[in-house]
Design a protein around this ligand. Structure first.
Ligand SMILES: Nc1ncnc2c1ncn2[C@@H]1O[C@H](COP(=O)(O)OP(=O)(O)OP(=O)(O)O)[C@@H](O)[C@H]1O
Length: 205
């Protein structure tokens, strides 16, 4: 999917956070959105995901040369952010089965092999409300990476991860992104290792 931003601007109350963004995220490419705390990275990523209204401008989505209606965009996007909720009353296995009853799973993977990749075999039957913050972050990353979508949007993907978790993330970034549009919002260099297309939100103030 290609996502084109045309003069996209966003304000909260009277304060403009982003102004006049003209930028195209090309299908199959990897990008990082960079900027200081509070500069608007998460806001921009949510707008790209169709989850955040904008005050000016337009965002166009094209899949295999055909326009996608904004109300259908969510079907093609996987999104992961620290603030997003998991269904904590479910066990890990139940949660993954629930999530992947709505979104197709990437070819060659099943619930068990995914839990293996997450390094959470011992926690498969445990309730998510009993997980640590780093374990929850692994689950959030997995439900995004292993969904069979052409777009992967990752906000601060290494939040709460230990070193092994960061390695797991970087491995997934190498293994599960071929042919997908990947956009990482970050101010941690490890999170966009190897990504050369960088968008600075401070250029749009
Ligand atoms: N719902 C909201 N209502 C009012 N202001 C908001 C809202 N959400 C974000 N903001 C403000 O918009 C600005 C950008 O926030 P945003 O979360 O996009 O920044 P960020 O670059 O992702 O920050 P960080 O690196 O700390 O995650 C901040 O000043 C924030 O206070």
């Amino acid at each position: 999917m290609t996502i084109s931003l045309n003069q996209v601007s966003k304000r909260y109350q009277s304060h403009w956070i982003l102004k006049g963004i003209d930028y195209t995220f090309e299908a199959g490419m990897q990008y990082a959105i960079l900027g200081a705390n509070g500069s608007g990275k998460s806001t921009l990523l949510r707008a790209v995901a169709g989850m955040q209204d904008i005050n000016k401008g337009k965002i166009d989505y094209t899949l295999n040369g055909k326009p996608v209606k904004p109300e259908h965009v969510y079907r093609h996007i996987s999104y992961c952010a620290p603030g997003m909720d998991l269904v904590e009353e479910l066990t890990l296995e139940e949660f993954l089965k629930f999530h992947f009853s709505f979104k197709a799973i990437r070819k060659g993977y099943g619930i068990d092999s995914m839990i293996d990749e997450m390094g959470l075999q011992q926690a498969a039957g445990k309730f998510i409300h009993e997980f640590s913050s780093g374990m929850k972050q692994r689950v959030k990353l997995a439900q995004a990476f292993f969904s069979d979508t052409p777009v992967l949007l990752l906000d601060e993907p290494c939040s709460n991860l230990d070193l092994a978790g960061v390695e797991m993330y970087l491995q997934w970034l190498r293994d599960h992104t071929a042919g997908r549009l990947v956009i990482v919002a970050s101010n941690d260099e490890r999170e966009y290792d190897g990504i050369s297309r960088l968008l600075q939100v401070t250029d749009y103030k």
